[in-house]
Write a protein that binds this ligand. Structure first.
Ligand code: AMP
Length: 132
């Protein structure tokens, strides 16, 4: 069965899109630790990030590297933190999270509850920043 992220890539379930190219897709996390919390995935469904082929793996980080500055332009923060967990969704993904302290990367912190309109506005701003 297709992963929830494959369904997002295929447009079968909605997402707040940030950026995409032929091989990668970036979208807002729906249970964000911070405004602008973004997931970056390969369109090809592979569960464990270290099982991704060399070229696709390198490209995933190169794509995340292009997305991070766009988030940083829109969301005031000291840095964009990057982490990989992958315990919940079996489709490899990188978390990009605007942070001001190490605690902002703590997944035990309560998640933000944002309205659909706010997700849309954040995604649109980051998309524009990404388009440059
Ligand atoms: P993990 O696999 O532990 O890295 O966590 C998966 C992440 O995916 C969590 O932060 C979830 O909030 C996020 N997530 C799960 N389903 C969706 C979805 N449909 N759209 C956006 N983010 C999601």
């Amino acid at each position: 069965m297709a992963s929830i992220f494959t369904k997002i890539v295929n447009g079968d379930i909605p997402s707040y899109k940030i950026a995409e190219d032929e091989n990668y897709y970036a979208f807002l996390d729906i249970n964000p630790l911070a405004k602008g919390h973004t997931l970056v995935i390969p369109k090809k469904e592979v569960d464990y990030i270290f099982d991704i082929g060399e070229e696709l793996y390198k490209g995933l980080f190169a794509f995340a590297r292009k997305v991070a500055p766009a988030i940083e332009k829109v969301i005031p923060c000291k840095r964009i933190g990057l982490t990989v967990i992958g315990l919940e969704v079996p489709h490899a993904h990188i978390h990009l999270i605007p942070i001001n302290s190490i605690y902002d990367m703590d997944f035990k912190q309560p998640k933000l509850k944002l309205e659909d309109t706010e997700f849309k506005a954040i995604a649109e701003s980051i998309r524009k920043a990404y388009a440059g």
